[in-house]
Design a protein around this ligand. Sequence first.
Ligand SMILES: *[C@@H]1O[C@H](CO)[C@@H](O)[C@H](O)[C@H]1NC(C)=O
Ligand SMILES: *[C@@H]1O[C@H](CO)[C@@H](O)[C@H](O)[C@H]1NC(C)=O
Ligand SMILES: *[C@@H]1O[C@H](CO)[C@@H](O)[C@H](O)[C@H]1NC(C)=O
Ligand SMILES: *[C@@H]1O[C@H](CO)[C@@H](O)[C@H](O)[C@H]1NC(C)=O
Length: 339
Amino acid sequence: MAESMNNILKILNVLILFISKWFGYCVAQQIPLPDTFVNPSFQVAHYLWEGKITQIVKELNKVKKPSYILATPYHSLFISSFLDDQVLYVSDTRQSGSVVRIFTSGHGLDGPWGMVSDGTFLYVASFTTDRIHKYHLESGNFAGAFGSEDDSLDCPEGMAIGPNRTLFVTSFLNDKILKYSLDGNFLGVVADKSNGIKGPEDVALLSNGTLLVSSHYTNRILKINSTTNEFLGEFAKVERPVGITVGSDRNVYVTSYVTNSILRYSGKTGELIDVYASGGGLSGPSSVSFADYRTLYEASYDSDRVVLYNSTSGLTFTLPGRVKEYDAEGTFMQGSQKH
Ligand SMILES: *[C@@H]1O[C@H](CO)[C@@H](O)[C@H](O)[C@H]1NC(C)=O
Ligand SMILES: *[C@@H]1O[C@H](CO)[C@@H](O)[C@H](O)[C@H]1NC(C)=O
Ligand SMILES: *[C@@H]1O[C@H](CO)[C@@H](O)[C@H](O)[C@H]1NC(C)=O
Ligand SMILES: *[C@@H]1O[C@H](CO)[C@@H](O)[C@H](O)[C@H]1NC(C)=O
């Protein structure tokens, strides 16, 4: 009896040794960030990623649980700092003297998540209070709030601006997608759990008017006709999707929370193209936003970090050999220039 016990202990010992060795191996495999500081707010590291992309990683040291990120074509960044109840702002990440400042806090903003802009206002979802806050983009002044539990808005997260000045809002806790006018009028429920939505985190519009919804707990991106609210079925399968954005190449970029990666899907067919980006300390990615066709900013929720992917593969070629460089699109609308 005692001997067999001894044997079991021996086997356990070997097992523990193996596991700790293996764990140590995994840790040793992580590439440390070089101590290269370009400015006080960002840490920048260069290394090759799969031999084809130069990856630059920038770390923002002030942000606590970045839930959402919005990049502008001028490389300004709006960052929802979920735990600090603040929206942070960097005016130009390319400038070495660029500092991070608080764009807004207060007015009841509690757990900021999704952000969109119509060129005049910045709309911010206040997760804990079930409200959508509105701020003047230039001054940062508070311009009111709308939404309530009466509209069945329950823990809003990602948002998207639709045609005719409409706003699509994910209502995370009750598995709904709601529609508002940008003036704050409630326009009804677009989709709910009867469409297979569970834990909606973000929405994005394809150029043909299809609304994409990331349904976190069912591992699906779903399609909805944004005009008629007709449910159009599955767009793609993604493991624990959170943030979605549509690139200027018309492809769809989704953060996969558990695989710590940004996946790229064909905007036409929904087929997986590749793992577009990973690494750089990306952990629990929550949101993606393009500044231009080759610069993708990524909110890394679990590592309190903002990661920049500078891709040299963001160019598309049109025959006979001309490079087509699209204007920035993504989640930020350039006011009158756009529509
Ligand atoms: C656009 O929005 C306005 C105001 O909400 C509404 O009265 C109008 O019917 C909408 N137009 C279309 C085409 O949906
Ligand atoms: C949405 O429905 C309208 C009306 O049936 C149709 O004309 C339009 O093409 C549809 N759009 C999408 C993206 O399915
Ligand atoms: C819009 O694009 C989506 C995705 O490519 C596709 O499934 C849908 O059929 C398109 N709708 C129309 C009306 O073209
Ligand atoms: C991206 O990389 C290119 C080439 O190295 C560089 O010229 C450009 O400034 C970089 N962009 C950003 C935003 O870092």
